[in-house]
Design a binder for this molecule. Structure first.
Ligand SMILES: [Zn+2]
Length: 224
């Protein structure tokens, strides 16, 4: 790894709501390496209408999970593209131990070695507080939080002056609890898998977004 962001192959992992997507985007800005979010890639592929895309669209529209082989094929093709020659930042994948194993196989075949798997650690009760407190402006979509990001004037959007707000239906205690339980059961087993390979790096994600980003940069030796 080096400070110029050359040859950095990173995976961000952690519980839902830990901030891994945000950290992946911040790191992408700093080192100019593609941020590969499999969720976004699946939606983009489906929209393109390629044979693979059409298959994916049918699965998603039917409320089904996209099989691992399809995700890995899409990811493999994406990694072969020119802009990934200096590395990539993965987030949202692998989500299960079998996915971690296929990813590992795929990268070995390409002669690519991961540099680090960064686990953003946030206790469940803090994740709950973060998710349950968030809401958005109905007019412009600006995001707020009951505790951490209140509008400057109570009940008025800072960005557009709107006064109507909404909360996502799935941001409720039972749903978040369920996602955390699923994370422990399905995704958490990837942590010891990467630890055994000497790739795991843990970052405390309980502070502000900026504080966590600084910890990630320090860990990777990026001087920004
Ligand atoms: Zn607004």
């Amino acid at each position: 790894m080096n400070a110029n962001g050359l040859g950095l192959h990173i995976v961000f992992t952690g519980a839902p709501g830990c901030g891994k997507g945000t950290q992946a985007r911040i790191l992408k800005e700093k080192i100019d390496i593609p941020h590969l979010s499999t969720g976004e890639m699946l939606r983009a592929e489906a929209a393109k209408g390629t044979p693979l895309g059409l298959q994916i669209k049918e699965l998603i529209d039917g409320g089904n999970l996209v099989p691992d082989e399809m995700i890995i094929k899409m990811l493999s093709e994406r990694i072969d593209q020119d802009d990934c020659k200096n590395g990539f930042i993965l987030d949202g994948f692998p989500r299960t131990l079998p996915q971690a194993e296929v990813l590992d196989d795929m990268l070995v075949k390409k002669g690519i070695k991961l540099d680090a798997v960064i686990e953003i650690q946030v206790p469940d009760e803090i994740i709950m507080e973060r998710i349950l407190g968030r809401y958005s402006c109905m007019t412009c979509g600006a995001g707020y939080h009951d505790k951490f990001q209140k509008p400057k004037v109570y009940g008025v959007c800072d960005v557009c002056g709107g006064t109507d707000f909404y909360r996502r239906v799935d941001d409720n205690r039972a749903t978040v609890q369920n996602r955390l339980v699923n994370y422990r059961a399905l995704t958490y087993p990837t942590i010891p898998f990467f630890e055994k390979k000497g790739l795991l790096r843990c970052v405390d994600g309980t502070g502000t977004i900026e504080a966590t980003a600084k910890k990630v940069s320090d860990l990777l030796g990026i001087a920004k």
